[in-house]
Design a protein around this ligand. Structure first.
Ligand SMILES: [Zn+2]
Length: 144
């Protein structure tokens, strides 16, 4: 299967040229020996990401899932501290699990990291691990 990216010369609005190389090729597109550079994507703009974050917080619409689908969504660093996990992580004088520092984009992603982290403290393999995101402390500015 061919790439078939339509190739334009400067100033052209229509073109009958399309890339002759295989689909998924690396480097520039090509039409009978003539190369056409790929468009360069714009760098993510931190000011735009800040604006989205501030607007979302102000309208109380802030949500990890929304962040994941919002333009400029980025991973956020979380520090998760445990009070107790199961019967052996922080109960009956045993120490609570060490805090977890983890990067996640969505709430689901964060929950999976936490579930994996606390798994050794859960004796029953059939136990369901519930993560209460309301109780988590999100570090401002992504630094924990
Ligand atoms: Zn191509």
């Amino acid at each position: 299967m061919k790439c078939e990216e339509q190739l334009f010369n400067p100033g052209e609005r229509h073109s009958s040229r399309d890339c002759q190389l295989q689909l998924g090729h690396a480097g520039h597109h090509e039409y009978f020996g003539q190369t056409y550079p790929r468009p360069v994507p714009a760098e993510p703009d931190p000011d735009v990401a800040d604006l989205i974050e501030r607007a979302a917080r102000k309208s109380h619409a802030w949500d990890l899932d929304e962040m994941a689908t919002a333009p400029g969504a980025t991973q956020t660093k979380y520090r998760v501290t445990y009070q107790r996990v199961g019967r052996h992580g922080g109960r009956n004088g045993s120490p609570a699990p060490a805090p977890l520092t983890v990067w996640a984009v969505t709430a689901d992603g964060l929950a999976k990291h936490i579930a994996k982290d606390v798994r050794p403290y859960i004796l029953s393999s059939g136990a369901e691990i519930a993560v209460d995101l309301e109780a988590l402390q999100v570090a401002e500015g992504g630094a924990a």
